[in-house]
Design a protein around this ligand. Structure first.
Ligand SMILES: [Fe+2]
Ligand SMILES: [Fe+2]
Length: 157
């Protein structure tokens, strides 16, 4: 039985490894299409991760409205990273595509820090512990390490 915040933190660690691999791979990509394909895979995984967090944030916000602004920063980060991917998909220039993907990665790293140090501890305080472990177990079973980010083969090989 693991709390949902532990499962999400494990996913962050896997993402950090993927980010490093992608940054190593980026200089060798020649076309904007190659960069966008790589970005699409990352966007899909980050989106699934953020969706779970958005549901959790809503639950925490109902339980503790006084922390609304801290939770709102999380939603804002998710929207900003999504917007960076939208920009990436519209560019035809490989240099700009690389820059945008690097920025989305940089933003995500900072966002993970914020979640782990500010938001997850708050969630652990205000959401019912049984609910946290139930959600964590469900997440783990459906996405081991959660599964959504362990199947990274082909992403940056
Ligand atoms: Fe997040
Ligand atoms: Fe996260």
């Amino acid at each position: 039985m693991i709390p949902i915040t532990t499962a999400l933190t494990a996913e962050h660690k896997t993402f950090l490894g993927i980010f490093d691999q992608m940054e190593r791979k980026l200089p060798g990509l020649r076309t904007a299409t190659e960069v966008k394909e790589l970005g699409q895979k990352l966007e899909d995984m980050l989106h699934r991760h953020a969706e779970t967090e958005d549901d959790l944030l809503l639950m925490a916000q109902i339980a503790a409205p006084k922390f609304k602004n801290r939770f709102a920063k999380c939603y804002q980060d998710h929207n900003e990273v999504s917007a960076q991917f939208v920009q990436l998909h519209t560019t035809q220039h490989s240099t700009k595509a690389k820059r945008l993907l690097k920025e989305a990665i940089r933003h995500s790293r900072i966002h993970f820090e914020y979640e782990e140090h500010i938001v997850f501890p708050l969630i652990e305080k205000v959401v019912d512990p049984q609910t946290q472990t139930k959600l964590g177990s469900m997440r783990f079973l459906s996405h081991p390490s959660s599964q959504s980010v362990t199947s990274t083969r082909g992403l940056a090989d």
